[in-house]
Each structure stands twice: as C-alpha cells, then as structure tokens.
Design a protein. Structure first.
Length: 243
C-alpha cells in the first residue's frame, strides 16, 4: 500500500464582495514543493467543521483582514482596517479545534495574530499609532524582498534554523501582537520590540510568523524551506497517528 502524502488545509480569505475567495498561489505551491497535498478551506458552518478537519492533516492559516478588537476586549480605533466578522468566527473555530486535536498548525500574518488572540493575547490595532518608533511593517513592494531584521529569541523550531540568531524578513501588516496568549512563547522579535513569531512548544507543531516565509521558501531560501518542511513532516506524523 502506498502511503498518501499529508493533506494540508489552507484558509482562503473571503473578499470584500463576500462572494469571492482569494488564496495566494504561493501557499499551495510551497506545500506541494515540500511534499504535501494542498486543499483550500472556505468558510463553512461550525457544525461542518469537524468533518472538514477530519479530511486534513495540518492547517495553514493565511494573511488577510484585520481582526475585530472585540475579540480581545477592546473598542475599535479609527486606524483599524477593514473587518470581516464571518472570517473571524471561522478562523476562531478552526484554531480552537486544531489545538484541541493537537493538529499541526502554521500561521502567517493574520494567522499569527488570530492564534495569539484565541489563546488570550491582545493586538496593537495600529502599529504606527501605538508602537514607539516602529519600523516599516507594511512594505509596498513584493514579499520576495526582506525589509527588516528579526531576532530569534525563543521556541524550539526557529533557533536551529537560524543559528546566527537573526534574519531579515518581509512585512505586510497593520496590526501586530501586543501581549501573548496563554501557553504561547515569543520566538522572534523585531528591533522595535514587536513580536514577530510565536510558538506553542507543548503542541506537536504550532508555529506562527508575522512575516511570510512561504515566499522565501518558494525561492529556495533554506531556513524558510525548513519551516515548511518541518510543518509537513509533523502533518505526516499526525496522519499516521490517526490510522
């Protein structure tokens, strides 16, 4: 019997008209590159979510909308970007179920912020407004280019991949992690003090980065490739544990 590759569910972002979904091709492409089979996850009713997650062996939560500040107990500032309450509800349910299953999870940008909020953490609603002397975190050119440094300061996944303790990353976000959630460890931080990666070391594989390693991985950057490869390997192990 031939072993099937792990199935990776990738959340797609509902668009402003609420009829279309968007998924950057880099996500399924990098999953295929590192040995997984990607499928797109649209918003589904919560009562169907268990059946959907039964079909996959790992979840990638992608970037997109700003997150409703009500989820972490704050009123919305004027500088907060557009919100999508249906996406917030769906992503919240996905994270709760994934963590309960100990299913491998990799989040980028909004995915990192949502993981933090769902574990009890808070966000800066507007980095430029709320952070003292912030770096430029919303780059205007392609994500293939790094724009600032981050320091690798904790966790178990990133330190072996960046033995120098520092790397340059791309950056495309308005919000950012302020206080981390329960069971969450800060794995990377930018020079202006903003949290750039978080990890849950008591889980099989739970890593989320504020930047987009998938773009670097697709271009052959070995540490970024190793991040995705590690996630896919964890999904393989999870798949075997279900059988």
């Amino acid at each position: 019997m031939i072993d099937m590759k792990p199935i990776i569910g990738i959340t797609a972002q509902q668009q402003e008209n609420l009829y279309d979904y968007k998924l950057q091709p880099v996500y399924p492409e990098v999953v295929i590159q590192e040995g997984g089979i990607p499928i797109m996850l649209p918003i589904v009713p919560s009562e169907y979510l268990d059946d959907v997650l039964d079909m996959v062996d790992g979840v990638i939560m992608t970037g997109g909308w700003d997150i409703d500040p009500n989820l972490y107990g704050e009123e919305t500032m004027p500088e907060t970007g557009q919100l999508n309450f249906e996406m917030d509800e769906f992503d919240s349910c996905v994270i709760k179920n994934v963590l309960a299953r100990d299913m491998p999870f990799f989040g980028t940008c909004r995915g990192a912020q949502m993981l933090n909020v769902m574990t009890g953490g808070t966000l800066y609603q507007c980095i430029e407004k709320q952070l003292d002397e912030p770096l430029k975190h919303k780059q205007e050119h392609g994500r293939e280019h790094p724009v600032h440094h981050v320091d690798i300061i904790g966790g178990e996944i990133l330190p072996p991949l960046f033995p120098g303790g520092r790397t340059r990353v791309n950056s495309s976000h308005n919000q950012g992690i302020k206080t981390v959630g329960e069971g969450v460890e800060i794995a990377a931080q930018s020079p202006d003090g903003l949290v750039e990666a978080i990890e849950m070391t008591d889980k099989r594989f739970v890593l989320a980065t504020q930047w987009h390693p998938e773009n670097f991985a697709l271009n052959g950057h070995e540490p970024s490739k190793s991040i995705i490869e590690g996630f896919i390997k964890a999904a393989e192990e999870y798949k075997k544990s279900k059988s």
